[in-house]
Design a protein around this ligand. Structure first.
Ligand code: SF4
Length: 147
């Protein structure tokens, strides 16, 4: 076995544990291009959680991204339509996988530099207890494949 090659390609979060603890600051739920991509199944879960009709839910909360994918609406200031500045996420228990897996996304975990760069947005990064590799792996595996 070529152990040198394995060591070089080992992701930084496998070499030393990373810490994360969400403070619910809401910074990951805002930004002009902070779209939350969702599947039809996730849209239905949120609609059902809110107890809304399909027509009302689709009109009020969903838009098509320029590439045709379904995304949650954003307010004019870039906030997610479900972000309540005082109460936090209004659909927390029904939130999409993109939200529940943050910040354990491939583009953030691709390097320590990318992880630390994301820290400028997310104050929960490198805070609290170490996160198990199992949890990180589960997050990565539950995200849809990039097309
Ligand atoms: S930016 Fe980080 S700490 Fe703030 S709500 Fe999002 S995940 Fe939690």
């Amino acid at each position: 076995m070529n152990t040198t090659k394995l060591a070089v390609s080992e992701p930084f979060f496998q070499k030393a544990p990373v810490c994360f603890e969400c403070t619910q600051c809401g910074h990951c739920c805002t930004g002009k291009d902070a779209y939350v991509f969702i599947s039809l199944k996730e849209a239905e879960k949120i609609r059902s959680f809110l107890g809304l009709t399909k027509a009302w839910f689709n009109r009020r909360y969903l838009i098509r991204h320029s590439d045709g994918d379904l995304v949650l609406s954003l307010r004019d200031n870039g906030d997610c339509i479900f972000l309540d500045k005082d109460a936090g996420c209004r659909i927390y228990t029904a939130r999409p996988v993109q939200c529940s897996t943050y910040p354990f996304w491939p583009e953030i975990l691709k390097s320590k530099k990318a992880w630390l760069r994301e820290k400028t947005r997310c104050e929960g990064i490198n805070r609290g207890q170490p996160v198990s590799l199992h949890k990180i792996q589960n997050a990565l595996e539950s995200l849809p494949e990039e097309e």
